[in-house]
Structures are given as structure tokens and as C-alpha cells.
Write a protein that binds this ligand. Sequence first.
Ligand SMILES: C=CC1=C(C)c2cc3[nH]c(cc4nc(cc5[nH]c(cc1n2)c(C)c5CCC(=O)O)C(CCC(=O)O)=C4C)c(C)c3C=C
Ligand SMILES: [Fe+2]
Ligand SMILES: [Fe+2]
Length: 386
Amino acid sequence: MATLLTGSSTSSILTRPYSARAGIGELGILMMNMGGPRTQDDVAQFLSNIFLDRDIIKLPMQKTLGQFIARRRVEKVKRQYMQIGGGSPIEKWTRIQGEGMVNALDRQSPETGPHKYYVGFRYTEPSIRSAIEEMLRDNIDHVIAFTQYQQYSGSTTGSNFNELYRAQKQLDPGSKLRWSFIDRWGTHPKLISAFADRVEAQVQRLEDDVRQETPILFSAHSLPLNVVDRGDPYVAEVGGTVAYVVDELRRRGITNPYRLTWQSAVGPLRWLAPQTEDAIKSYGANGYRSLVMVPIAFTSDHIETLYELDIEYGETAQKAGISQYLRAEALNDHPPFIDALATIVKEHIDADFPTSAQLLLPDPGEESKQTTLTRQWIASQARPLK
Ligand SMILES: C=CC1=C(C)c2cc3[nH]c(cc4nc(cc5[nH]c(cc1n2)c(C)c5CCC(=O)O)C(CCC(=O)O)=C4C)c(C)c3C=C
Ligand SMILES: [Fe+2]
Ligand SMILES: [Fe+2]
């Protein structure tokens, strides 16, 4: 008997019965995000994919104007990616996170394993489509669509789920894949604690005489005001993350003043204020000589942290007289963050795949036809509570 509990055959003995019992079969965890150009050659396609997506930006004559705006940005954005190593590290980090997450799940929850992760990006390869094809080839039965945007916005997770709806309908017409969704997790205690670690590390680096007064500037990707006006929950959800991180910092004895500002507005629309860059200038003008910057709406490094926060706003800070400009590291491969990802998935499995379809716009009258279809599809996948 003892041999049954050791050796390589044990894992299949332990995993199969659980899957059969729970009726799940093989599990896949789909890490969904924006994506980014791997190389300079991918920048043009990446930008045109963004500007053709009506979930992120609605333009009159979308195809023509979208291509036009994308083309106009190519050279500038290429130069920015050149300065951070030639391309976006988002795929590298997503794979490190996915790998760490499934290893932790295999350790913590062998009865639901082996766990497999897939990467599905909205605007670049590996795309949502190629991930679905890969999962069908691998004979996956149940997919957890796990957005890597911790706060929900129709322009990010909503856009990903709309693309997911279209892709699965086309590639899996017989609905072999069963789906459940993790659509937001911006206040999960383990995420909050991982963010607090990153902030605390920078606060410790501050000079003694300014350690307690230095402002902590939480910076999130901005949204156009017309998206906010539609009732997009992103602003409130980012505010929620900030409030919880600040509470956790207080528990650790860090009581610095803080503020939430918005970065990366593009084009002529009106966007959220205050803009991160303006806030940096005004702190400088008001005599502050140190700042701690915290990217709060991203889980890994890419152009918005490595170029915009570090290089572009770093220069702004220097010109404004801020000599100690520190940035909290992105969560990247921080072990407590990897543990947070695994815990979020494990809680989802343990709670029998709860899925909320209340994830789009609060006013159904404002919802696009596509969004309504996606919402109905998500609702159809929800399992009844046992
Ligand atoms: C929480 C995250 C993000 C929100 C909200 C968001 C909204 C949003 N973005 C654009 C347009 C662009 N975003 C671009 C890059 C980019 N955006 C995010 C995240 C959010 N965007 C990330 C992580 C990245 C970087 C990708 C990488 O490097 O891997 C770009 C391309 C770069 C550029 O041209 O400056 C555009 C364009 C809009 C219009 C929008 C709001 C609805
Ligand atoms: Fe963006
Ligand atoms: Fe940007």
C-alpha cells in the first residue's frame, strides 16, 4: 500500500479522481492581458490593433482614422521601446508569473492539478485565438479566464472578454471548452500586501530627514472622461486598491501623505486628472525634493513603467528639482505576488468557479451589442451554487 502513496504514479491517482468527481476534467488557466510588441517590427501592428478596437477607443470611421492615428504614432513609440531594450517585456513577465503560479498550485493543491497556464493577449501574439487553439489541442476541458488587469475596465478586461467571446465561438463551435472568469481582484489581501512590500522597500531608501514626509504618488493608466462618464468601474476600483494599500502601509508604520494620479493619456480627448506628470511638476514647484512613485494598475514592467515613469517622468522630476525620485518595483516575479496569483485561482476553484456576469456597464442602455452577447455568454457558463 505504501508504494501507492509515493512515486510518480501517485499524482495521476490523486488528480484523476478529483477531476472526475468535480466534473472539471483538465484545467487551463488563461492569463489575459494587453500584450506588447516583442520587437521593433511589431510596433506598427500593435498600435493599429489598439486603434481598431472600439472597446478601447471609439472613432468616427474607425478603420481609416484608427490606422491614421496608429501610423502617426509608430516612430515615436518605436523610439520609446528602443529605450527599454527594443520591445515590451510583458510576455516574459507573464510567462514567469504563469510558471510560478502553476508550480505553486501544483504544490498547494495537487488534487486539482496538474495546472497549466496559457497566455492570451488582446493586441499581440500569443493572442487569445492562439491560446484557444492550443488549449483545444491539449484537450483542456475547463478554462479559467484570469484577467491580469486587477481593476476592471470595459476598455481592458471588457475588451479581452469580448475578443474571447468571438474567438471561442469561431474556434470552438461545439463548446468543448467550459469557462469560468476571474474578472477583478484589485483588493485581494495578498495583492495588497505584495504592493505594500514594493512601496515599503522604497520608503526605506529615503533619506532619514524626509522619510516620513515624502509623498507617495500612486499612478494608474488614465481613461478618457467619456469612458468614465459611461459608468466604467475602473476609477473606483483603482481607488479601492490604493485605499487598501495605504491601510496596509499604516499597519507597517508608514503614514506618508499620498495621492492618486493618472498617466499615459494619448490623443486629443479629455482624460482623467490630475495627470501624473503635472503632479510631479507641482510637487517640485512646492519645494518637495523627494517622491515615491507607485504603478498601481499594472502587475509587470512594460513601456508605461520603464519608459514613462522611469525615463520620461524621471527627467520631469529632475527638472523640477526632485533629487530623490524613487519608483516602487513592479510586482513582476515578487514571490508574494506569485503566491497571490496562485491563491486567487485556488480560491476560485475551491469556491466552485464562481462567475459574475455583472462586469460590464451599469447602464444596459449604454452597452454595445457585442458586450451584451459577451455578458450573456458569461452568464450561461456560471455554475449553480451547490
Ligand atoms: C490598466 C491599464 C490600462 C488601461 C486602463 C488602458 C487604457 C487605454 N490605453 C489606451 C491606449 C494605449 N495604451 C497603450 C499601451 C499600454 N496600455 C496599458 C494598459 C492600459 N491601458 C499597457 C500595460 C500598455 C503597455 C503595453 C506594453 O508595453 O506591453 C498604447 C501603446 C503605447 C502608446 O502608443 O503610447 C496605447 C495607444 C487607451 C486609448 C485607453 C483607454 C480607453
Ligand atoms: Fe493603454
Ligand atoms: Fe504611454
